[in-house]
Design a protein around this ligand. Structure first.
Ligand SMILES: [Zn+2]
Length: 204
């Protein structure tokens, strides 16, 4: 249904939802130009854009991540508040396993996504060795690092406020504009007041 609306409505074409890129046409998702590159959220998932639509692709991918509770680690590198966070997790660190036992030697997957799940923010982490393991680790309770509790609170508050809030508003603004054009009424339907004072919608 959504795909149908996208095809039928040219305004919707300016505002897209990321999708699997497996077996898709080699063209810009916005204008069908054959010149295109990827804006990725994860492995083979995102949007294809030409140079003109690259900013639209970034906006729509970030709006999607905002709605899904995802944050790309690589998007944090330009935000000052996260510098201590990234520095602390650039070396190996200790993770409190589900059993409650702390385990040293974990690393953050800097190409991965932070996720908001069960009311907590998690980082993607892994440990190498004979027992290689990948896991989403809770920031507040799962990490043992040099970061103070106050600083962790600030990090979480900043994540809760929405790293991609601007792009989400931009995306929603376009969707709203699209919706208002979709619900445009049939010009033959008019509102009339009947003799008993009731208001009715009639076909003229
Ligand atoms: Zn394009």
């Amino acid at each position: 249904m959504l795909a149908l609306q996208m095809e039928e409505n040219p305004i919707r074409n300016n505002c897209l939802i990321p999708h699997s890129l497996i077996m898709t046409k080699a063209e810009c998702d916005y204008c069908a130009s054959s010149e295109h590159s990827y804006v990725l959220i994860g492995h083979l998932f995102g949007l294809k854009t030409c140079k003109t639509h690259r900013s639209a692709g970034i906006r729509d991918c970030r709006a999607y991540m905002h709605m899904q509770g995802f944050v790309k680690i690589s998007d944090l590198t330009t935000i000052p508040i996260f510098q201590e966070f990234l520095a602390a997790l650039s070396e190996t660190f200790t993770v409190v396993r589900t059993s409650g036992v702390p385990q040293a030697g974990w690393k953050m997957d800097i190409r991965g996504l932070m996720r908001y799940r069960n009311s907590e923010w998690h980082i993607p982490a892994y440990i190498e060795g004979p027992e290689e393991f990948i896991k989403d680790v809770r920031i507040r309770s799962g990490l043992r690092t040099s970061m103070s509790a106050d600083y962790i609170d600030t990090v979480i508050q900043t994540l809760n406020n929405g790293i991609y809030i601007k792009e989400w508003h931009d995306h929603e603004g376009m969707v709203d504009r699209d919706r208002s054009s979709v619900v445009e009424e049939d010009p033959h339907i008019k509102t009339v007041t009947l003799t008993d004072g009731k208001v009715a919608r009639v076909w003229i």
